[in-house]
Write a protein that binds this ligand. Structure first.
Ligand SMILES: Nc1ncnc2c1ncn2[C@@H]1O[C@H](COP(=O)(O)OP(=O)(O)OP(=O)(O)O)[C@@H](O)[C@H]1O
Ligand SMILES: [Mg+2]
Length: 1107
């Protein structure tokens, strides 16, 4: 696991010193070395008290992550390593919690990282301030205003690929909770000369390249532009592409940002149209033309470009063309028009392009302000972020550098004022005596520039307004007169002869000794740039445009509002805006970020000592440290001070119970720090010299080591003791367990031995007892045997005696009986011989009969007539009786059974009986028919309407109505026929129609033939010569053959009183008309199931196969 670094103070793990105030010794070399050391260790931020020095790392460092934001959030300024977030946090919290308006002043030279720093501050504040949909939108709009302004106001320069070419001050407004409400942006002096001309190796403003690279073909066509950079005179060609910059992607970012900020689509469109118009203006070229009156005149070379510009902007082409050719001057209600020569025409063209672009830029700022302005009227707290161009010293310094450096001079002044003021206020607040501090005050330089009477700017304005010929040289002359004696002004031509022989100072230049160094300004262009002249004809032409944005950009072009007063000069405008800015800043609590550029190569890891030294000088950083250290180098609240150093004194370590101040007093006394080295403020301790602080730090380090050793010692002791106690405890546990185990084993051994001894003893005792018991038993048995023998002897003796006695008694009785018998026989012999034998016989017989019948009564079988059981005969002499009795009983129970029948049942049984007599044991089909009840009318003729005709034709009672198969005599095939048997006739009718086919009176039926087998075939033979015999006999087959034959037999018998002959034979003859055919029944296969098949074999033989 990574070791967590816990920081409680800036002083922990410092690389060099984190706060330059603690630098010892304090000189330029140690200052630079300290910065270098820190830079080499990726520490790009260093403090001077509450000022942050930031060195551009020129590479992305992992120190701006959300985790870092959290780390610095709500921490004291000196708690963690120096960071821009610490300053942002301090400023934000002071604004939110103490209600103090803040300003963050970011200075440094071009490429030092000011713009990046301002963005870091804004993003930090955005990350830590309130959240919520509305607040987030405000934040987003504020943040997104940056890419828009950067696209239009930044350009690649030799010093910085994204150099801000304007000064920017942004007020972010917060409500009482610290949530952002909105913002206001002020812009300062856009470097508009860049629009028409760029130095070598530099580019025009980004937006031109972005449009050409990023816009779609369609959009470019609308703007009448071509993608090729080389088509445009205003685009410097030598560095149109910047390494690592994707113009096309940036264009998308800008459009997106414009949308977020709140630009309407038509506004965006108008903005790009103006940009396109500026670009195209550069392509208008002029050629000289001489007029008759000899005046120089110019003419536009190719009017195509002019035409397109006019189409884009909605300006009348002739109006614009005229504006490029003439200049109208109004004086005393008189208008004088003069022609422009080629140079003047070019000047006019460039002035128009510059003005158009710089006004567009100002309009953009105003438009953004409209979007981001706070919506409420409540009191707001304000945090201002100033990202202004830094001090600039070029080889050729012109009006712009002069203005910029003036601004920086003012900022330095306010810095000195505020720092000193704050220092002084702190001393007063803390009740420490204020001693005067020596420092350089640059007010004198500011005065040189801005003094209303004798200041350089005033001179320049005067020169510009003066009638007569005014040139840059006349201006310089004036300066030479007025400022000659000023100690910070240097000029070769001044009255002061100091510089007469200074060859480094050319004649056309003047030099100012700024607080940050000497700068030589070329006087050329000062007057012109200060005048910032745009011919009225051009502004009027612009005002006439139908393009609403362009019209709005040139309000002075409106003839109704014609103003003959000269517009304020650029210098005075700037002076005024700087004054407003200064006033604004003075009301706020300042926070400084001083940006330093480590090298000129825009490269990481290179630290150019000379370059840094130069910046340190002109930023006045050493001065800054000195001011800060003027009284006391270091100050700290009592609580954190005591907390940090309390281990250095016995009384305060580990806890100090009293107030912190008293604790610090005790501590400092104990450490014998000389009294002049520190002072006690109300809430802070002030340490005069960093040496004292470092001494304290060294002592603390030493003491921490001792404490660490002590802690380690105690910890080790505790650890060993704990281990020892644990081991001791473990030993006891182990010993107790072992003892328990040993005792257990011993006990088990003793126990088993005791059991063995015990068992032996018990065995021995038991055996002894057993022996005794056995002996006793034997004694008992012996006694018993002896007693038994004795009793036996006694008993036998007694028995013998009793037997003897009984024998005697029996003998007496027998003798007595014989005697009596003899007496009786002698007396009754005469009566007995006559009757006794017969009487005894009869009596015995009677008794036996009685017994037989009584037993029979209980053994009677069931009343079922088919029950064959009958009890066995008990006496032979009753054999015939027994049989007779069985017969009588059977007859009786049969009668009983019959008596239950109704007449109908009787009839059925009669029929069944008849069938039995006729077919039992004769026809194989018979047994199957026994269980089937005879129904007779299988076909319900009367109910079925189909057979109504048949029913009507037969008026007798129908005994059988059934469907039979009539066998065709020709082929043996069967045809369905209705078979009807009535009292007198047999009828065959068609099954479908019910038409009667044949009718045979019963008297004409000679016989019926059938086989003995299991089939339903039968032949009805007709009497020869009878009426029906003509057609021949019928060979039929029926499923109810037994029933039909029985009923036919019975009906015939009852009608004709003759028994119908039923022949059962497996071969019989049938008379078919003239022929006699033999019907033969054979055993057939079962391939058709159980159905018999009939086949005609030949003329004389019909074969029926019965399965
Ligand atoms: N903190 C930083 N971390 C990484 N890179 C940085 C940082 N600050 C600046 N840079 C790099 O330096 C370049 C120049 O920085 P920046 O544009 O902020 O300079 P500047 O001071 O605003 O210059 P100018 O006065 O020309 O506008 C940036 O484009 C970026 O590449
Ligand atoms: Mg910048």
């Amino acid at each position: 696991m990574a070791k967590m670094e816990v920081k409680t103070s800036l002083l922990d793990n410092m690389i060099g010193v984190g706060d330059m105030v603690l630098l010892e010794p304090l000189d330029e070399d140690s200052f630079i070395n300290n910065l270098k050391k820190r830079y080499d260790h990726n520490e790009v931020y260093t403090y001077i008290g509450s000022v942050v020095i930031s060195i551009n790392p020129y590479r992305s460092l992992p120190i701006y992550t959300p985790e870092k934001v959290e780390e610095y959030r709500n921490r004291n300024f000196y708690e963690l390593s120096p960071h821009i977030f610490a300053l942002s946090d301090e400023a934000y919290r002071s604004l939110r919690d103490q209600d103090k308006d803040q300003c963050i002043l970011i200075t440094g030279e071009s490429g030092a990282g000011k713009t990046e720093a301002s963005k870091l501050v804004m993003s930090y504040v955005a990350a830590v301030c309130g959240k919520g949909a509305e607040v987030n939108q405000v934040k987003e709009q504020l943040l997104q205003s940056n890419p828009v302004l950067e696209a239009f106001g930044n350009a690649k320069t030799v010093r910085n690929d994204n150099s801000s070419r304007f000064g920017k001050y942004m007020d972010i407004e917060f409500d009482f909770k610290g949530d952002p409400l909105g913002g206001v942006i002020s812009n300062y002096l856009l470097e508009k000369s860049r629009v028409v001309k760029q130095p070598r190796g530099e580019r025009n403003f980004h937006i031109f390249y972005q449009i050409l690279s990023g816009a779609s073909e369609d959009f470019l066509c609308k703007l009448k532009l071509e993608r090729d950079f080389s088509r445009y005179n205003y685009l410097g060609l030598d560095s149109a592409k910047v390494n690592g910059v994707d113009d096309a992607a940036n264009f998308r970012t800008v459009r997106n940002a414009m949308q977020i900020v709140g630009f309407m689509d038509h506004e965006t469109q108008s903005v790009f149209e103006v940009v396109a118009a500026v670009l195209k203006l550069g392509n208008i070229e002029f050629k000289p033309e001489s007029r008759v009156n000899g005046l120089d005149e110019s003419k536009i070379k190719d009017k195509n470009e002019l035409k397109e510009i006019c189409e884009l902007t909605g300006i009348d082409q002739s109006v614009l063309e005229r504006a490029f050719s003439f200049r109208t001057v109004e004086a005393k209600q008189e208008k004088v028009s003069t022609t422009l020569n080629v140079a003047q025409a070019y000047y006019a063209r460039d002035a128009l392009a510059k003005n158009l672009y710089s006004r567009l830029f100002s309009w953009l700022v105003t438009r953004i302000n409209e979007s981001i302005k706070a919506q409420t009227k409540v009191r707001k707290k304000v945090m201002g972020v100033l990202d202004i161009y830094g001090f600039e010293i070029f080889e050729d310094n012109s009006f712009e550098q002069f203005i910029i450096n003036y601004c920086n001079e003012k900022l330095q002044q306010i810095f000195i004022e505020l720092t000193l003021k704050e220092e002084q206020e702190e001393y007063i607040r803390e009740g420490i005596e204020w001693t005067h501090i020596e420092y350089f005050n640059n007010a004198i330089i500011c005065d040189l520039i801005e003094n209303n009477q004798t200041g350089i700017l005033a001179m320049l304005d005067e020169e510009c307004l003066r009638p007569g010929t005014v040139t840059d040289d006349t201006f310089l002359e004036k300066l030479n007169q007025v400022c000659a004696t000023h100690q910070h002004f240097e000029s070769r031509m001044s009255k002061c002869s100091r510089f007469l022989n200074d060859t480094t100072l050319p004649h056309s230049c003047f030099r100012i000794q700024h607080y940050a160094g000497k700068v030589m300004y070329q006087v050329e262009g000062f007057v012109d740039k200060n005048n910032d002249l745009l011919y009225r004809d051009l502004s009027q032409a612009m005002w006439k445009a139908s393009h609403s944005l362009i019209k709005a950009l040139f309000p002075e072009g409106n003839p109704a509002k014609i103003n003959l007063k000269r517009p304020p000069t650029a210098g005075s405008q700037f002076k005024a805006s700087v004054a407003t800015l200064m006033k604004n800043l003075q009301t706020k609590n300042p926070n400084y970020i001083r940006c330093i550029k480590p090298n000129d190569k825009k490269a990481a890891h290179i630290f150019n000592d000379a370059l840094v030294c130069h910046q340190i000088r002109y930023l006045g950083l050493l001065e800054n440290v000195r001011v800060r250290r003027a009284g006391y180098a270091f100050r700290q609240m009592y609580e954190p001070c005591l907390e940090r150093y309390k281990m250095l004194c016995k009384q305060t370590w580990p806890h100090w119970r009293g107030p912190a101040r008293a604790g610090v007093e005790v501590l400092f006394n104990e450490l014998e720090i000389p009294e002049e080295e520190f002072s006690f403020g109300r809430s802070k301790i002030f340490i005069r010299n960093p040496r004292t602080l470092f001494k304290l730090e060294d002592l603390r380090k030493q003491r921490l080591e001792d404490l660490a050793t002590l802690i380690e010692k105690i910890y080790r002791g505790w650890k060993c003791r704990t281990r020892f106690l644990l081991m001791k405890k473990s030993q006891i546990v182990i010993a107790s367990w072992y003892r328990r185990y040993a005792q257990q084993k011993k006990y088990q051994k003793i126990k088993s031995s005791a059991i063995i001894v015990q068992s032996y003893i018990r065995g021995w005792k038991a055996r002894k007892l057993l022996r005794e018991l056995k002996h006793q038993k034997r004694c008992n048995e012996a006694a018993t045997i002896i007693a038994a023998y004795w009793h036996g002897t006694q008993a036998r003796r007694e028995l013998k005696r009793l037997k003897e006695e009984a024998r005697r008694k029996h003998a007496v009785a027998v003798i007595w009986a014989y005697w009596l018998g003899l007496k009786v026989r002698r007396e009754y012999r005469k009566f007995f011989r006559a009757n006794a034998g017969r009487k005894i016989y009869e009596f015995t017989l009677q008794r036996l009969m009685q017994k037989y019948f009584l037993e029979m009564k209980n053994k009677m079988p069931s009343l079922s007539p088919i029950d064959k059981n009958w009890p066995a005969r008990p006496y032979l002499f009753l054999d015939s009786t027994h049989k007779e009795l069985k017969r009588i009983f059977h007859l009786w129970r049969c009668k009983k059974y019959r008596d239950q029948f109704t007449d109908q049942q009787k009839l059925i049984y009669e029929e069944k009986l008849e069938a039995s007599e006729l077919f039992k044991d004769k026809k194989a089909l018979y047994p199957a028919s026994v269980g089937q009840p005879f129904q007779g009318a299988y076909l319900e003729i009367s109910k079925n309407p189909k057979y109504k005709k048949l029913k009507d034709a037969v008026d007798e009672k129908i005994i059988i109505a059934e469907v039979v198969n009539k066998i065709n005599r020709a082929n043996g095939k069967a045809t369905s026929r209705i078979f009807l048997l009535t009292k007198n006739n047999v009828l065959l009718a068609d099954q479908k129609s019910g038409n009667i086919k044949s009718e045979v009176p019963l008297g004409d039926v000679a016989k019926v033939s059938m086989s003995s087998q299991n089939d339903g075939f039968f032949a009805v033979h007709l009497k020869e010569g009878s009426g029906a015999a003509g057609k021949g006999d019928f060979l039929l087959s029926s499923d109810h053959l037994i029933e039909m034959a029985t009923k036919l037999y019975r009906t015939t018998l009852s009608q004709t009183k003759q028994k119908l002959n039923i022949e059962i034979s497996d071969e019989f003859l049938v008379q078919f008309r003239q022929d006699k055919v033999c019907v033969k029944f054979i055993q057939g296969s079962q391939k058709n199931g159980n159905i018999p098949t009939c086949k005609r074999k030949n003329n004389r033989l019909l074969e029926v196969a019965v399965p």
